[in-house]
Design a protein around this ligand. Structure first.
Ligand code: S3P
Length: 446
């Protein structure tokens, strides 16, 4: 758990975003590709794999569990699957770093194994809630200990098969759904999971691609335990959650015209496009196509005058990672934006409601955090609504990137402290952002 030296961002004010770029591979799909590839019979070849710290934590975890994995080299990864029954005990604790997805999915997977495992994470992950997965897994017969519901997580060997459950999730969480489906591969009977609102369905799609029979019926996913996986090839599209920073940046900076190539537009992920369009953004989808079971398109976005809206709560789970960027958009809109039903933001890599409210307030925005969202009175009538300030990302990658884009509408430079974790989801962010017109540079320290 050695943390790399801290870095900060310096962003000079003004500019617009022009050109074409390709953001790195989808984080959610990358995690799943290496997990399912490891469990499959045969070799899975992945292209477009995210070479960010989070996805690499999952790769390293599977290596520690005895799986041979080559790469990534330029996004190409080869996973030599060991079959559902082929994992071996890791020699020590498995370090998930900053990655909540790695930890929650691995808890599900490891609950069904005949050996013990210990999962640890960094300071941020050590504060994040794990009961949402450990409680339903315990109902399946898993034996798990946590520190008051948080990591470290100790999983004891499963004695025999787990028991399938029928579970209605209290929170709309793709991580919980995925953890239960992974455990369900090791359960006797049919695992049935109901989500209270649609969440990203990459696990269900990818299990299908690996030959697992899984049925989806409205809010329910149902899967018979004991199935085997057949290796397949996976082409990971660009991450819409990374594209989101540029969708917002180009929308708020007049005269922008940016095309984001080969972005995943799975309908369980496109809430950010729907919300921005409702605010008046000019986003068009070009070359829509399907790649390996996931819809993909090029997204063209041009500067537009945004207006405040009441964000429909049903869109919240479909844009859950994009709110740091959306808060910046709202602060540049004309009128009031109200976000409700987003209390999950409080248990992400940081408390994204509190940290974004602090950051935006320091920049002069009119924001009022609420228990489950935020009310933002946009200053869209002003060419440069954000003042010069030093703000803190609290080690949260998405906060750092979202606040850096605010400089496009700043009247002075914005310094953002503690930006090292941008590499967890978006390696190369600074170079890509500079290349299309954001005056961002990295400084040591902070
Ligand atoms: C993810 C699901 C979401 C999201 C996270 C990645 C996934 O979390 O915030 O960044 O890959 O399943 P929840 O499912 O907990 O909402």
């Amino acid at each position: 758990m050695n943390s790399p030296a801290k870095q900060s961002f310096h962003v000079a004010p003004g500019g617009r975003l022009i050109g074409r770029l390709r953001v790195p591979g989808d984080k959610s799909i990358s995690h799943r590709s290496v997990i399912l590839g490891a469990l499959a019979d045969g070799v899975t070849r992945v292209s477009g794999f995210l070479e960010g710290a989070d996805a690499l934590s999952t790769r390293d975890a599977l290596r520690a569990l005895g799986v041979r994995i080559e790469g990534p080299h330029e996004g190409r990864l080869e996973v030599h699957g060991v079959g559902v029954d082929g994992l071996r005990a890791a020699p020590g604790a498995i370090d998930c770093g900053n990655a909540g997805t790695a930890m929650r999915l691995l808890i599900g997977l490891l609950s069904g194994q005949p050996f013990a495992s210990v999962l640890v994470g960094d300071e941020s992950l050590t504060r994040r809630p794990m009961r949402r997965v450990t409680e339903p897994l315990a109902a399946m017969g898993a034996r798990i200990e946590t520190n008051n519901g948080c990591p470290p997580v100790r999983i004891f060997p499963a004695s025999g098969s787990l028991r399938a459950i029928r579970y209605e999730m209290p929170v709309a969480s793709a991580q919980v759904k995925s953890a239960l489906l992974l455990a369900g591969l090791y359960a006797e009977g049919v695992t049935e999971v109901r989500e209270p609102a649609p969440t990203r369905d990459h696990t269900e799609r990818m299990l299908g691609g690996f030959g697992v029979s899984l049925t989806r019926d409205g809010p329910w996913a149902r899967m018979q335990g004991g199935q085997r996986l057949r290796a397949t090839d996976i082409d990971v599209p660009g991450d819409i959650s990374s594209a989101a920073f540029f969708l917002v940046g180009a929308s708020i900076a007049a005269g922008s015209d940016l095309t984001l190539e080969h972005v995943g537009i799975n309908p369980t992920r496109t809430g950010v496009i729907d919300i921005l369009r409702a605010m008046g953004a000019d986003i068009t989808l070009e070359r829509e196509r399907e790649v390996g079971g996931e819809p993909v398109a090029d997204l063209r976005v041009r500067g537009a005058q945004l207006r405040g809206i009441d964000v429909p709560p049903e869109l919240v789970p479909l844009a859950i990672d994009e709110f740091p960027a959306l808060f910046v958009a709202a602060a540049c809109a004309r009128g009031r934006t109200v976000i409700t039903g987003a209390e999950e933001l409080r248990v992400k890599e940081s408390d994204r409601i509190a940290v974004m409210a602090d950051g935006l307030a320091a920049l002069g925005a009119r924001v009022a955090p609420t228990p489950d969202g935020m009310v933002i009175d946009g200053r869209g009538d002003e060419p440069a609504p954000f003042a010069a300030a030093t703000v803190n990302s609290h080690g949260d990658h998405r906060i750092a990137m979202a606040l850096s884009l605010a400089a496009l509408r700043g009247s002075g430079a914005i310094e953002i402290a503690d930006t090292t974790n941008v590499a967890t989801s978006f390696p190369g962010f600074v170079a890509l952002a500079q290349g299309c017109g954001l005056a961002v540079s990295t400084r040591a320290g902070g």
